[in-house]
Design a protein around this ligand. Structure first.
Ligand code: CP
Length: 306
């Protein structure tokens, strides 16, 4: 059976730490890796829009000397004729060595993996999980803080539908002494199942609030998120909630000098562009890190050692 990454807990903490070490080595010695995946093919199957995840996967494979195939719009594939996800995956697994797929339905990558002869990577499934964004976030935190334990992290925005939040909370709950501060409108609180599985079961303390400014001074990391328009059934509700939090230089006045600001992107309006110049803004570095950690993950799943 191929090794799939559907959920961040499909990787042990030791494996995540090793992926981060490999990504750091790739940053330091890119030439060492440039032919590592020669003659290997990555398929990117995106049933839902993406900029960073798809292009960073493709850039990662090209930088490893491999090649890519796939689609960024499922309506240009035989999905538009009624082909099932299972048959699509079965087909593509005959052509590619590894598949990264994004789908609007929660659980679709898990179901797809049952039909694949090659590793499947979940590149985001609905409002559920996004494990490779989490690897990106962990690499970024590690590069900013030089550790993955002993800090206070605030998650702010749409914690209900934000799949990157669910996966990162799950991942960080396995590291030591992390305090979680959950900032959202009442309607967009972190789902109970994430709190139960990741936090309560492990006895991890967390704080919930609607007020970002009152908690900013205590944070070591602030993870901002977009309100996920595409998951709302009611546009009025989206319009009412979309600008609940807008991070500005003024709001950062009371934050620690050592704060790191992350955002999985895309952003809409929740971080003012004026914040981009703040040395604490780490989200553009996060974008770059997404490529390095995906290079490390592709190597691992293909069983290639450099
Ligand atoms: N962070 C992220 O998943 O971005 P894209 O939707 O652009 O891939």
């Amino acid at each position: 059976m191929p090794r799939n990454i559907i959920d961040i807990t499909d990787l042990t903490v030791a494996e995540i730490d090793q992926l981060i070490a490999t990504a750091e080595d790739i940053v330091a010695h890119p030439a060492k890796y440039q032919d590592a995946c020669a003659h290997k093919q990555l398929a990117t199957l995106f049933f839902e829009p993406s900029t960073r995840t798809r292009l960073s996967f493709e850039s990662a494979m090209l930088s490893l000397g491999g090649s890519t195939l796939g689609f960024s719009d499922a309506m240009n594939s035989s999905t538009s004729k009624g082909e099932t996800v299972g048959d699509t995956i079965h087909t593509v697994s005959c052509y590619a060595d590894i598949i990264a797929m994004r789908h609007p339905k929660e659980g679709a990558p898990y179901a797809a993996a049952q039909f694949s002869e090659v590793p499947i990577i979940n590149a985001g499934d609905g409002g559920h999980n996004h494990p490779t964004q989490t690897l990106t976030d962990l690499l970024t935190i590690h590069r900013e803080k030089n550790r993955l334990d002993n800090f206070t992290i605030g998650f702010c925005g749409d914690l209900k539908f934000g799949r990157t939040v669910h996966s990162l909370v799950n991942a960080l709950s396995r590291y030591e002494n992390i305090h979680f501060v959950l900032v959202s409108p009442l309607e967009l609180k972190l789902p109970r199942y994430v709190k139960e599985e990741a936090l309560k079961k492990r006895g991890i303390p967390y704080t919930q609030t609607t007020d970002l400014e009152s908690v900013i001074p205590q944070l070591d990391i602030l993870y901002m998120t977009r309100v996920q328009k595409e998951r709302f059934f009611n546009e009025e509700e989206y319009l009412r909630l979309k600008d609940s939090y807008v991070l500005t230089p003024e709001k950062l006045a009371s934050a620690k000098e050592s704060l790191s600001i992350l955002h999985p992107l895309p952003r809409v309006n929740e971080i003012s562009v004026a914040v981009d110049k703040d040395p604490r803004a780490a989200y553009w570095k996060q974008v770059k890190n997404g490529k390095y950690i995906r290079m490390a993950l592709i190597l691992k799943l293909l069983g290639i050692e450099v």
